[in-house]
Design a protein around this ligand. Structure first.
Ligand code: PXL
Length: 279
């Protein structure tokens, strides 16, 4: 038996989406597909409600239980763990409450992570609006400044930049603004939300601006596309790619996953992380 080299490691701090399309499940499948050992620390459990327009039923994980998961992960793989391969790359997905955000902020500040990829999941359908506003404000104040790479979708890019985004030029301006605010590399996603035949995303890291474009596959957003894009960026960074290389690989990975999407009894399809390998 030959010994294979130890894989790169990546942690996702994210919610469970019960049907497996989005959230931690999408992240772990993406990590595996890209050859990275995935670790998930859960922040909440989301169960769509088929009897209520597939709205989100959201249950937070207790802050102490989140802290426990992060403690276990850091002790096993963190900089002081003595592990031969150190965990230096983390993805942040849905946090969902101000208490969770404070817990994660503390862990990030202590964790010594080189790469902090933030998918700034802002509003979850079905959350109480007052609570969601508090959560968004806390995410912007406490987590965004710690991010090294941020992947806002159209709505999140408008919210973070304070701009209205209708065109690719608007999306570029928003990406520049979000970089200015956060200091992070930005991959702002137009996806199917901007008019035109192509799904256009903008990468900007303060130096390089690159338009990443692929023909749209349908006109409807696919569940798990945002999570999988950010997870693919995370996996590539964990393996040592530059931010721009990671963005390019992630865009190609998601495009193939959308082409090979999975239908169900729900009124949306889910990205298939095995799609890139299927071709
Ligand atoms: O796609 C955003 C998202 C992230 N994380 C969880 C989710 C969703 C959307 O449903 O449920 C847990």
């Amino acid at each position: 038996m030959t010994e294979s080299a130890s894989p790169a490691l990546a942690l996702t701090i994210a919610g469970s989406e019960a049907t497996g399309g989005a959230g931690a499940q999408a992240d772990l499948k993406t990590f595996q597909e890209l050859g990275v050992f995935g670790i998930a620390n859960l922040t909440c459990i989301v169960s769509f409600d088929p009897n209520n327009n597939w709205g989100h039923r959201f249950v937070p994980v207790d802050a102490q239980v989140i802290a426990d998961q992060l403690e276990a992960t850091t002790a096993a793989y963190g900089p002081r763990s003595g592990a031969p391969t150190v965990l230096d790359t983390v993805k942040i997905g849905m946090l969902g409450s101000p208490a969770t955000i404070s817990t994660v902020q503390t862990a990030l500040a202590a964790g010594g992570f080189t790469n902090v990829v933030l998918d700034p999941v802002l509003i979850c359908k079905g959350q109480e609006p007052g609570h969601a506003l508090d959560t968004d404000a806390a995410l912007k104040a406490q987590i965004l400044p710690l991010a090294t790479f941020v992947t806002p979708n159209h709505f999140e890019a408008e919210s973070l930049s304070g701009m209205t985004i209708r065109t690719v030029e608007d999306l570029e301006a928003a990406a520049r603004k979000i970089h200015e605010i956060s200091g992070a590399a930005v991959l702002a996603k137009g996806g199917v939300r901007l008019d035109g035949p192509d799904a256009v995303d903008i990468f900007f890291d303060g130096e390089t601006l690159e338009v990443l474009s692929a023909p749209k596959v349908g006109e409807v957003a696919v569940s798990g596309a945002g999570c999988s894009l950010a997870a693919a960026v995370t996996a590539e960074l964990a393996k040592g790619a530059t931010a721009l290389e990671a963005a390019r690989t992630a865009k190609a990975f998601v495009t193939e996953g959308i082409k090979n999407r999975v239908a169900s009894g729900a009124p949306f399809t889910a990205l298939w992380q095995g799609g890139a390998g299927a071709n």
